[in-house]
Design a protein around this ligand. Sequence first.
Ligand SMILES: Nc1nc2c(c(=O)[nH]1)N[C@H]1C(S)=C(S)[C@@H](COP(=O)(O)O)O[C@H]1N2
Ligand SMILES: [Mo]
Length: 188
Amino acid sequence: MNNEPRLPAGQRLTEDWPILHYGSIPSISLDEWSFKIDGLVENSIDINWSDFMNLPQTKVVSDIHCVTTWSKYDNQWEGVLINELLKICQPKDNAMHVMFHSYGGYTTNVPLKDLQFDNVLIAHSHNGSTITSEHGGPARGVVPHLYFWKSAKWVNRMEFITEEQAGFWENYGYHIYGDPWKEERYSS
Ligand SMILES: Nc1nc2c(c(=O)[nH]1)N[C@H]1C(S)=C(S)[C@@H](COP(=O)(O)O)O[C@H]1N2
Ligand SMILES: [Mo]
């Protein structure tokens, strides 16, 4: 179909799944879990776990590319497509970027247009099993065409904004966009 290699430059394939995050693992029970969408949207939402699980569920398969140079192929994710959430919250015309917020305080920024693909989701399962807390459960973002730091573990909020703002790692020198095919690892 295309002549692009599957492995981006500077990456090496791994079979295991490294655990990487800043700080400690927040433990969130499903009873207390909530997910909010706010900022520049017509309909703000604040849903609990059963609301989330009652939204249309989708399975997608994608590759992971971490900026620390490991890649992992064929990850099956299950959860709610961000496109489904966009139908409900209806971003306003001036909403151009989204800041993901997580339990524990992590943030990462992604342009809204990069969330409008049918493999970008808020996932609760990986390869048929519930995502463990080490890997971001109860739920994490998955934005497969960007480096994996853009996939927020323990995600609990999407904030729609106009201007691009730097999230946690972006503030510490990671690239503002993070395209693995252009090796956008760090800002210069
Ligand atoms: N909440 C949160 N999400 C996060 C991070 C983090 O520190 N906190 N680290 C990011 C980075 S740098 C990577 S490489 C991936 C690692 O996900 P994994 O531990 O499931 O492999 O999570 C991303 N999401
Ligand atoms: Mo990372």
